[in-house]
Design a binder for this molecule. Structure first.
Ligand code: NAP
Length: 414
């Protein structure tokens, strides 16, 4: 399609999908959204690192053709006040893979969160957050090295489905009347009402992604985290559909925790992934007290929101936690923190979250060597105690550097 403001790079080729697979050329066009606030600082630094890692890994045989698309404040400036131009969405549909910096979401008012809009409009139904510790990163845990989980959070359903009625509105009154008079429900008059839909379809496609990941990466277990003891037909159903899918589609490579004890005396048989479930509240404790027992996690939207930030805090916080929103092929990788406006344009903040999201992106397109080069160089830099202010204030003997200097230090260690 023709774009009015977006420039398609002439030297790159489109990533396509064929027979259920991504087809990635040697010079793929990858999309980037700069982001608001600290976005420009961390994006500039991270792009330098990704490009250098690709160069290091493939010596010029492979090269990313970057294509900038617009959202947030920069988009509003270019597209006459439009924060989320249709042609940016169209570009993601056409070019499949991209990465974004954080975007501002004004609180309240009629402004839809750009992040939520992206996920919903492109049906990016899985929010994936790998959380692991890098040596030297300050952590509140005594053994942060035991944390190594990948959280698959459902991204489109649950209380995020946007089915909500304001207290006192005619819509809320209508729903209240129906629920009380026809369904026998009891709750206080004039409540605000939110609906929590969770479907077999939405659950199974998310759990399928988690199980595929576990199989492809030789992970040990997949845990369904839910609140099914209270919310039986939504959270409880999520768990049941999860087990059902594991049995029906992954029966040859999975066993349940029950089977582990009943049939294998508690010893995990080779080649089998254990499928288990935990109630959400206890899971928060478990991730603090016994994190090594957890590996891949699949969970509905709201649990996943809380859990991913809480677990990220165990290994250094949102400043380094990477993330991705992925649907059927379309994938938008992202820094998981916000725009931290007070640090905008100071070349100060930690680019780690965006940088490691880019590592996920390189893995996603099958460029594992470049991904490993970037991640290893990042690990060495932090282990050498060269860090930005956020880590420096928690580490003894650290050398505090600017965002751009941090990027140079990583590149020097490639
Ligand atoms: P925030 O931007 O994440 O910042 C909160 C604090 O986290 C910062 O003040 C800073 O802590 C620390 N921080 C965040 N990113 C960091 C980095 N790269 N390096 C070091 N420290 C970092 O959260 P917020 O202030 O609640 O939100 C600001 C805006 O961002 C809002 O408009 C919100 O809607 C938006 N937001 C966007 C996304 C997204 O695009 N995915 C996600 C969350 C929030 P210290 O002050 O302690 O140094």
């Amino acid at each position: 399609m023709a774009y009015s403001k977006i420039a398609v790079p002439s030297e790159g080729q489109r990533i396509t999908t064929r027979e259920g697979k991504l087809n990635v050329p040697d010079n793929p066009i990858l999309l980037w959204i700069e982001g608001d606030g600290i976005g420009p600082d961390i994006m500039t630094a991270s792009k330098r690192i990704w490009d250098a890692a690709v160069q290091k890994a493939y010596g010029g045989q492979r090269k990313i053709a970057w294509m900038e698309i617009y959202a947030g404040e920069k988009a509003a400036g270019i597209f006459g006040g439009d924060y989320f131009p249709a042609e940016s969405l169209q570009a993601i549909r056409e070019f499949v893979v991209g990465i974004k910096g954080p975007l501002t979401t004004p609180v309240g008012g009629g402004f839809r969160s750009l992040n939520v809009a992206l996920r919903k409009d492109l049906d990016l139904y899985a929010c994936i957050r790998p959380v692991k510790w890098y040596p030297g990163v300050p952590s509140p845990l005594r053994h942060p090295e035991q944390v190594n989980v990948v959280i698959f959070r459902e991204n489109t359903e649950d209380v995020y489905a946007g089915v909500e009625y304001k207290s006192g509105s005619p819509e809320a009154a209508k729903v209240e009347k129906f629920l009380k008079e026809e369904m026998g429900a009891r709750f206080f008059d004039n409540s605000g009402i939110g609906i929590k839909p969770i479907s077999a379809f939405g659950t199974k496609r998310l759990v399928r992604k988690a199980l595929d990941y576990a199989v492809q990466n030789g992970r040990k277990s997949v845990t369904f985290v839910h609140k099914g003891n209270i919310q039986k037909f939504t959270e409880g159903a999520f768990m049941q559909w999860g087990y059902e899918l594991a049995k029906d589609e992954y029966g040859s490579v999975t066993i349940t925790e029950q089977q582990l004890w009943d049939e294998f005396g508690g010893k995990q048989p080779a080649g089998k992934i254990i499928v288990k479930d935990r109630i959400a509240d206890i899971m928060f404790q478990q991730m603090l007290l016994r994190p090594s027992e957890y590996d891949v996690i699949a969970t509905p939207n709201l649990n996943g929101d809380y859990l991913s930030d809480a677990v990220a805090a165990e290994v250094g916080g949102v400043g380094i936690a990477p993330g991705a929103n992925i649907g059927d092929f379309l994938a938008v990788f992202e820094a998981t923190h916000g725009t931290a406006p007070k640090y905008a344009n100071q070349d100060k903040v930690n680019p780690g979250s965006l940088l490691l999201s880019g590592v996920m992106m390189l893995n996603y397109i099958g460029w594992g060597e470049a991904a490993k080069a970037a991640e290893d160089a990042y690990t060495k830099t932090v282990a050498d105690k060269i860090v930005t202010y956020d880590f420096a204030r928690q580490m003894d003997g650290a050398q505090e550097v600017q965002t751009s200097e941090f990027a140079s230090a990583v590149i020097a260690r490639l």
